[in-house]
Design a binder for this molecule. Sequence first.
Ligand code: ADP
Ligand code: MG
Length: 280
Amino acid sequence: MKEPLIRFSNVSFTYAHGQAAGWQALTDVNLEIHEHEFVAVLGRNGSGKSTLAKHVNALLTPTSGRVLVDGLDTSDPEHVWEIRQRVGMVFQNPDNQLVATTVEEDVAFGPENLGIPSAEIRSRVTEALEAVDMLPYRLHPPHRLSGGQKQRVAIAGMISMRPKCIVLDEPTAMLDPAGRREVMRTIQRLNQEEGITVLHITHHMDEVIAADRVVVMDQGRIVLEGSPREVFSQAELLRGLNLDVPQVTDLARRLKNRGLAIPEGVLTVKEMVMQLCPSD
Ligand code: ADP
Ligand code: MG
């Protein structure tokens, strides 16, 4: 099988605290992400998700163990530039990520820093804004956009650098439901149509249903990993970690407890309808 695009091998990370013993935020993490995969990371607050994300583009490097991105060791300072071109990061707060006075200037910012010729930048900006469905807004000031639109512009800013992978650290946490849906649709389209590898960190259960694989973290460790169906069939374990299952999965479990013949691991409304009304 092809080498994974991202490989964490026995990664532990401790935040330094001056002279005092530091806080160990990751413990012995092993994770492989292959090209074109959509991997979601779940876990309660403080479980180490953001620390994990920052290891993918060398914002942090392991205290012990190793992270390889496209074969490049993130601990080697000589690789940082190349790694950051392969991995784009999108954070929670879109306001901290948009800096320019127009949408198109913002999206051009990354490629400009890469020293790309201006004709090429123009075509990349158009392409990136098209990919997130924001081309009509290219001359708008970013601060006037909705939260979902801002986050899509931030994503376009990443795409314009042509990364192989985007890491999104709770990109929908500050958005309303409509904004969340817009951003999720955009991420899924980039994954499916452009083949961009996605590492999506969230605490919204419904955002991981479409993932190829779900990784659940707790206290700096990966405690569960599998397809969404496999992970959400572990309802007891998830509850113990203070995580829910998707609403539909929970409904299925309750109906099953009431004696209805419904299998474990129903994830979507469509599947539920199939179970309840097979003839429809
Ligand atoms: P999550 O993103 O899942 O909420 P984080 O990766 O942000 O978790 O944090 C994991 C643990 O590391 C938490 O206990 C947090 O308090 C601690 N931590 C995070 N950032 C720092 C930091 N800059 N300095 C010290 N401890 C930190
Ligand atoms: Mg976090």
